[in-house]
Design a protein around this ligand. Structure first.
Ligand SMILES: *Cc1c(COP(=O)(O)O)cnc(C)c1O
Length: 364
């Protein structure tokens, strides 16, 4: 294989995948990477060594397949989430993207539809297309909120098989009220997933959709260890739902999908949840500093309950993105005209971003 001899067009690809582009947030090795909403603080040392100890133990039996039911990990997530949840309510995968994919494999697929309020997480349409289903985009108010009334009307009209509600929403940072989740659930025939990837960054008083699970067997709440937990590289996502919902996912998951090493690492990290989450308040402080400073610079930051800020008032997003890139700072052009999105980093990273942006001066 010395030369590239074929292009995608030459291969007998599925017709519905022709012309699509893969998920592709740029992965440039820049000193300040604030583009994919990671926790930019590393795992604390004392937790790291404990995780390593548990991985070492798991390694002694890595000749055997892992526990297919990841029992200890499900107990860990049930304890962490609280709300009276039990291990049989919990499911996990290699990142919440895998969990979402399994949901779509079980409940969407060819001939079915998946609905979400745009702009929302860019992976939803891709995961939908990958499973052969059709993505249907609903609309938000100009400030990216969604009212319960409008949400229920749109969902009733679209009558989707799966509704994906992202709260706080990526890329806008907007939190959804639980009244919206309830209204959507009542209006929907299909399953309703609330993606709470950023819930740990939301104001402490804003309730999780976990409080709505009781008596709603078509509802699932998904979470991830990739953001607040500083565990993006380990690839661990999870959800809570009725045990019948998790049984549906067992029909489509690959056997032994969670490696013994992943299970060991995540279970150990969960034992140190308060330490792992210790930087959340600091990140929220930096997020609020970003919003205040952007406003002072003449940009229009949107209210965020997550660890990032979407801001408007950018004359030429591609030019500003490039100018920051040339100063060693990577943020995200999410394709919304006049907008860019930046992740709240450490205090130093955040300062580097804000200083660089001030030096560019491209607010309209
Ligand atoms: C980052 C993110 C996830 C997490 O993905 P993982 O596969 O767990 O890393 C899920 N949903 C949304 C909306 C996200 O922004």
């Amino acid at each position: 294989m010395e030369h590239v001899t074929a292009s995608l067009e030459d291969l007998p690809l599925r017709d519905d995948l022709r012309g699509l582009t893969p998920y592709g947030a740029p992965q440039a090795a820049l000193p300040v990477a604030l583009n994919v909403n990671e926790n930019t603080h590393p795992v604390p040392d004392e937790v790291g060594s404990s995780i390593l100890d548990d991985i070492a133990v798991a390694l002694q039996q890595v000749n055997r397949y892992p526990d297919r039911e990841f029992t200890a990990l499900r107990e860990g997530f049930a304890d962490y989430l609280g709300h009276g949840l039990r291990p049989e309510n919990i499911w996990a995968g290699n990142g919440s993207n895998e969990v979402l994919q399994q949901i779509l494999q079980a409940f969407a697929g060819p001939g079915r539809t998946v609905f979400g309020f745009a702009p929302t997480y860019s992976m939803y349409p891709l995961l939908t297309q990958g499973t052969g289903a059709t993505w249907v985009a609903g609309t938000r108010e100009p400030d990216y909120t969604v009212t319960a009334e409008s949400a229920a009307r749109q969902v009733a009209e679209a009558d989707p098989d799966v509704v994906l509600l992202c709260s706080p929403n990526n890329p806008t940072g907007t939190a959804l009220g639980l009244d919206v989740v309830e209204a959507v659930y009542d209006a929907a025939r299909g399953v309703v997933v609330v993606d709470e990837a950023y819930q740990e960054f939301a104001p402490k008083e804003s309730p999780s959709a976990l409080t709505l699970l009781d008596g709603r067997p078509r509802l699932a709440v998904s979470r991830t260890m990739s953001k607040a937990f500083a565990f993006a590289g380990a690839r661990v996502g999870y959800l809570a739902a009725d045990p019948a919902f998790t049984d549906a996912l067992r029909l489509v998951r690959l056997p032994y999908h969670l490696s013994a090493l992943t299970q060991a690492a995540a279970t150990a990290a969960l034992r140190y949840a308060p330490t792992m989450l210790a930087m959340v308040d600091e990140i929220v402080t930096q997020r609020d500093r970003i919003s205040a400073t952007l406003e002072a610079l003449g940009y229009e930051p949107h209210e965020s309950a997550a660890n990032f800020v979407l801001f408007g008032g950018v004359d030429d997003p591609a030019a500003t993105w490039r100018a920051l890139h040339d100063r060693g700072i990577l943020i995200r052009d999410v394709g919304i005209p006049g907008h860019l999105r930046v992740t709240a980093g450490t205090e130093e990273e955040t300062t580097a971003f804000l200083d660089a942006l001030a030096s560019i001066e491209s607010a309209s």
